[in-house]
Write a protein that binds this ligand. Structure first.
Ligand code: MLT
Length: 442
């Protein structure tokens, strides 16, 4: 067997690691980060992709509708395209060509974000507290570089899998139990009983991931709920990692869009935002992370240390910035035309969500989310396991969704449908659901 083939086996099956080393004792290769071996087989969405590909290969004529991964389907709005075209032209002329840009992002974009996303909501966030990046997925994982391994981390359950997996990768956890929960993490169950808003942790935690509007449940956090978390963080010396990638989908005027709308949050919270879902940048990549200068951590000898310079150091060392063309496109999201066009994109996806919700409810499903979020979270019929429901939907209706258990143990018995698709596909999906589950009606 070749070395390459050995390596593949090592990553697939930890038991083979020992065998290989013993057989090959004269040629021991570099040590690996064994935390990766604790991870469950694959990241959720590639696993769904694998099952769907196998189904499509076996059923080449099936017209599969994908409401699984939350990937946008509608083209970038014209104001954004126009700004990107102009930026492309600038790159073609010696006078306006740009090489490396500032790693933290161009001032034109950081200023537009500070003004439109924060100042307009009464939040005191300065442009130099904003770090432009290529995605919130990357940033929510990368942020762990600047925190100590001994921090106790709390996550909502179900949860966007990246928060958990990246903590496993850096070595903050032990092994997973049978339910898929990793030793060393504090899980905060979010179920229909608590309206998908968890209680405060019973033990002291140092870092808390909160995602609102929530992926996957579609729940939102009221001002009161967020105040409860900010107060907890302030009294316990914890830091909140607040993922607001879906804030643009909030329709209820009482719901805060940013955690910085809560007094004191700028001392304890880091916020992640993205242009992926509001403006269609999943393919072009642009996001940002806000690290207020007032947020501090503690050194081993008990000194206070600001987080901002650490993140700045990390970001400028490991990242060379988002391309000028893409940042000009992102800036156009805040132009009058850009605002109008992105608002209509969001309205379109929310109408899809409402069509899905109504269709599911009409055949008796218990449905959550989809009002202030692009995700519908439904209870599987008769407590069917989430992956069984996935297989049934795929095999019998040629529809793809995301099994709730893939987001965590408390997601078992639930299922997520994404509203990111064409109107025709969403309407067709509802017809297929009604045909398959019409019998659910009592
Ligand atoms: C999802 O489907 O949960 C998201 O599209 C994943 C992501 O944003 O990375």
């Amino acid at each position: 067997m070749s070395v390459e083939a050995d390596a593949r086996h090592i990553s697939a099956d930890p038991r083979i690691l020992k065998t290989t080393l013993i057989q090959d004792q004269f040629h021991i290769m570099a040590l690996i980060n064994e935390n990766y071996l604790k991870l469950k087989a694959g990241y959720l969405f590639p696993e769904i992709g694998r099952r769907v590909s196998a189904f499509c290969q076996a059923n080449p004529d099936a017209k599969v509708i994908r409401l699984g991964i939350g990937d946008v389907t509608e083209p970038l709005p014209p104001a954004i395209i126009e700004a990107m075209h102009k930026a492309v032209d600038e790159m073609g002329s010696r006078d306006t060509f740009r090489g490396y840009g500032p790693e933290q992002g161009y001032d034109f974009l950081r200023n537009a974000i500070a003004e439109n996303d924060y100042k307009s909501r009464g939040c005191e966030i300065a442009a130099d507290e904003i770090f432009v990046s290529d995605g919130s997925k990357c940033d929510t994982g990368n942020i762990l570089d600047i925190f100590g391994l001994n921090n106790r981390v709390a996550v909502q359950d179900p949860v966007y899998p990246v928060y958990v997996d990246t903590n496993v990768m850096v070595g903050r956890t032990g092994a997973a139990n049978d339910a898929g929960r990793y030793e060393g993490l504090t899980y905060l169950p979010c179920t229909a009983e608590n309206e998908f808003n968890p209680d405060l942790p019973k033990e002291k935690v140092d870092m808390i991931y909160l995602c609102y509007p929530n992926n996957p449940t579609g729940a939102v956090a009221s001002r009161e709920t967020l105040t409860k978390w900010v107060d907890y963080a302030r009294s316990e010396g914890a830091i909140i990692l607040f993922d607001a990638a879906y804030e643009a989908f909030i329709t209820d005027p009482e719901i805060p869009h940013s955690i910085y709308e809560i007094p004191g949050a700028d001392e304890v919270a880091i916020e992640f935002r993205s242009f992926s879902k509001n403006a269609g940048f999943t393919g072009t990549r642009c996001a940002f992370t806000v690290v207020p200068k007032k947020v501090v951590g503690t050194t081993a000898d008990g000194q206070k240390q600001a987080i901002h310079p650490l993140w700045n150091r990390r970001h400028t060392t490991k990242f060379n910035g988002v391309s000028y063309i893409i940042q000009r496109g992102a800036e156009a999201v805040y132009s009058p035309a850009g605002k109008e066009q992105t608002a209509s994109l969001i309205k379109f996806y929310l109408e899809n969500a409402s069509i899905l919700r109504n269709g599911l409810e009409s055949v008796g499903f218990e449905v959550y989310g989809g009002v202030n979020a692009p995700y519908i979270w439904l209870k599987t019929p008769n407590g069917m396991p989430s992956w069984d429901f996935f297989d049934q939907l795929l095999n019998k209706a040629h529809l793809v969704g995301t099994p709730g258990s893939g987001f965590g143990a408390s997601g078992e018995g639930y299922f997520r449908l994404s509203a990111f698709n064409s109107r025709a596909n969403v309407e067709e999906a509802v017809v297929r659901i009604k045909t398959l589950f019409g019998r659910l009606i009592a």
